[in-house]
Design a protein around this ligand. Structure first.
Ligand SMILES: *Cc1c(COP(=O)(O)O)cnc(C)c1O
Length: 392
């Protein structure tokens, strides 16, 4: 259950829909991740794109995580919120000149470079500014992440990274680029990965490519293995915190690293997904010919994952569980699109206009993908910290 009785009372008074963030759970999640990583000397960068809410970022920064950014604005925001520049990385297939310049001026830790052409552009812009850019080469290792095809990124057919067939050329371009300094190799094979064998396969590929570069006389200081660790969308209460210990242990065991080599991670979803929920009110109940509908005041404009990737989120009624009739509902939003549906045939206690519904595990790729489509209201928030609920 998301809320105790007292909390339910305070929640009822709030305007819906709103994102609810449990900062106590976030704190515990971050601590467990940090402990498991520190123990092995691993460096963890938080992938801002999963959620860049200031309150969450403030906590993440204070726990000592670095920042993994995919836009110039994310780089700037990380700096503004106190992340130190030497813990900021910048990835993405389409970095604009302006974004590259922003990152160069802040002297970030490294660019994760996704193509030879991008390497040449960074070299040129760094030269103009009179600086040297540290870069890691993003290699597309052709590892199948066994996840939804929209969130698989490490296959040859994906747009991400340098294909292995071009590495020879990439290495020679780097050698001749005076304003870029190759410090590492970068990999990121997908998201919501729950099969630990995928990470084992990734380690094998990382070892292979690291050796390949070393055989050619290139020193590799950083092995960046990306993010992608999944969370339990089915059972958020049973598994609120991913098994970071098991995750980091895989890399500890299977990555071959020398004492001078650092291992970097870029976790997004695993750190923030479970601390968030989207809380919404039932506007209308409808009985169709074949279906029962709950029409909510939240829609794909607040949480797009179900419409975008057919993603599953656990949907539950807040309070009033004493009613023992369960019905199967299609839970839909108010937006004028048929894909605006949070779940089909969801078993829920019989519900009425005014009841509150929580859509769980919405802390990652939720609020950040919100849009104003249909001229919707701006996102609202509530936060729980030290067991107190406050409106943000
Ligand atoms: C999105 C992304 C991440 C974070 O992925 P999660 O699945 O949220 O852990 C890490 N690295 C890169 C390069 C990304 O694009």
């Amino acid at each position: 259950m998301l809320f105790n009785n007292n909390q339910q009372e305070s929640i009822k008074a709030l305007d819906t829909p709103f994102y609810y963030y449990d900062l106590d759970l976030l704190d515990q999640t971050l601590s467990q991740a940090k402990t498991a990583a520190d123990k092995r000397g691993f460096h963890v960068h938080y992938a801002l794109k999963a959620n860049f809410n200031d309150r969450l970022l403030g906590l993440i920064q204070s726990k000592g995580f670095g920042a993994d950014c995919v836009s110039g604005n994310e780089v700037q925001k990380s700096i503004d919120l106190g992340f130190s520049a030497d813990k900021i990385t910048f990835a993405g297939v389409g970095k604009s000149d302006k974004e590259i310049i922003t990152a160069l001026k802040h002297n970030i830790f490294a660019f994760n470079v996704e193509s030879i052409q991008e390497m040449e552009v960074i070299n040129e812009l760094a030269g103009q500014l009179g600086v040297t850019a540290n870069v890691s080469l993003r290699i597309n290792p052709n590892v199948d992440a066994h996840t939804h095809h929209y969130i698989t990124t490490g296959l040859d057919e994906n747009k991400f990274g340098v294909p292995t067939s071009e590495l020879e050329k990439a290495a020679s371009v780097i050698r001749q680029a005076p304003h870029v300094n190759l410090i590492g190799l970068h990999f990121h094979v997908g998201s919501q990965i729950t099969d630990m064998n995928v990470f084992k396969s990734l380690c094998v590929k990382v070892n292979e490519w690291k050796n390949w570069f070393e055989e050619r006389g290139t020193t590799i200081q950083v092995l960046n293995v990306g993010g992608g660790l999944g969370v339990d969308y089915q059972q958020p209460d049973e598994n609120p915190i991913p098994d970071f210990e098991a995750y980091f242990a895989i890399f500890d065991k299977f990555l071959e690293r020398q004492p001078h080599q650092e291992v970097h991670f870029e976790l997004g979803r695993a750190l923030v997904a479970q601390c968030g929920a989207l809380v919404s009110k039932v506007l209308y109940t409808k009985s169709g010919v074949k279906k029962n509908f709950l029409v909510l005041d939240a829609g794909m404009t607040e949480l797009m994952r179900p419409a975008l990737y057919q993603a599953y989120h656990k949907i539950e009624k807040v309070g009033g569980e004493s009613n023992n009739t369960t019905l199967n509902y299609d839970v839909v939003g108010p937006i004028c699109e048929s894909s605006d549906c949070f779940g089909k045939e969801v078993p829920l206690p019989e519900s009425q206009r005014g009841d509150l519904i929580a859509i769980r595990t919405a802390g990652a790729y939720g609020e950040v993908m919100a849009s104003r489509y249909n001229l919707r209201e701006e996102i609202r928030y509530a936060f729980k910290q030290n067991e107190e609920i406050t409106v943000g």
